[in-house]
Design a binder for this molecule. Structure first.
Ligand code: MD3
Ligand code: FE
Length: 217
């Protein structure tokens, strides 16, 4: 059951959460999309399945970086290869690595860049991101294409949430006391951007997966 709440155009202040509306210029957004297009043949989007049930996600995914987030019947985890092609993930585009360094101030580079593609009916249920070791490292999210209705909750599944719009070029950082907040994508608003020829939304999340202070974790 979903409670009816107003969708805000801007987020109410939440410690550890920062939004930069429209940080990426149209040109920078187009350059990122072109980079993904170049990679798509060897690094295709695929539809992950839910642990246990095997139900497919409505969001399709791929990754860049040393490690990529994958899900199948056996669970969620990070892997160094694409589950369908068996190839190593391509490197994280340089522009995104620079964005991470500039915005997070975290003293180690991101290891994973998850790319989520939302068609007109895709959504992502409320969840926590807790498959990464260093919880002091923030997650940096970049939205491209159609606007999404994003929902941000608290540290427990039940409890109040707020929803607001994430548009193409918006960048959001979740760290510190917000790092384990529940969050999800209620829906996307088709036709709200001309960035992607066939419409839909791309979200990129940059993450640190292993603790930079320890080897082999
Ligand atoms: C809040 N992706 O890939 S990004 C995900 O738009 C994910 O595709 C959504 O949730 C998307 O796991 C939301 C924004 C985001 C990312 C990480 C967070 C919000 C977060 C971590 C903690 C709290
Ligand atoms: Fe998430």
């Amino acid at each position: 059951m979903s409670k009816k709440t107003a969708t805000l155009n801007t987020l109410e202040p939440v410690p550890g959460t920062k939004v930069w509306p429209g940080l990426l210029s149209r040109e920078a957004q187009e350059e990122l999309v072109a980079t993904f297009r170049e990679q798509i043949a060897e690094n295709p989007l695929y539809q992950p399945t839910m642990p246990k049930t095997g139900k497919p996600f409505s969001v399709s995914m791929t990754n860049f970086g040393d490690l990529g987030w994958v899900s199948d019947r056996t669970g969620y985890r990070y892997e160094d290869r694409h589950p369908a092609t068996g190839r190593l993930w391509p490197p994280i585009p340089e522009g995104l690595r620079a964005l991470w360094a500039g915005l997070t101030g975290y003293d180690a580079p991101p290891e994973a860049c998850l790319l989520n593609y939302y068609g007109p009916h895709a959504k992502m249920g409320l969840h926590q991101d807790r498959d990464e070791k260093p919880l002091d490292a923030p997650v940096l999210s970049i939205s491209l294409g159609d606007t999404a209705i994003f929902r941000l909750g608290g540290l427990e599944r039940k409890g109040t949430t707020q929803s607001f719009k994430l548009a193409s070029g918006d960048v959001m950082m979740l760290g510190g006391p917000s790092r384990l907040r529940f969050h999800g994508i209620d829906r996307i608003l088709p036709g709200t951007s001309t960035l992607l020829e066939k419409g839909g939304r791309l979200n990129l999340t940059l993450r640190r997966v292993t603790d930079p202070a320890r080897a082999n974790n």
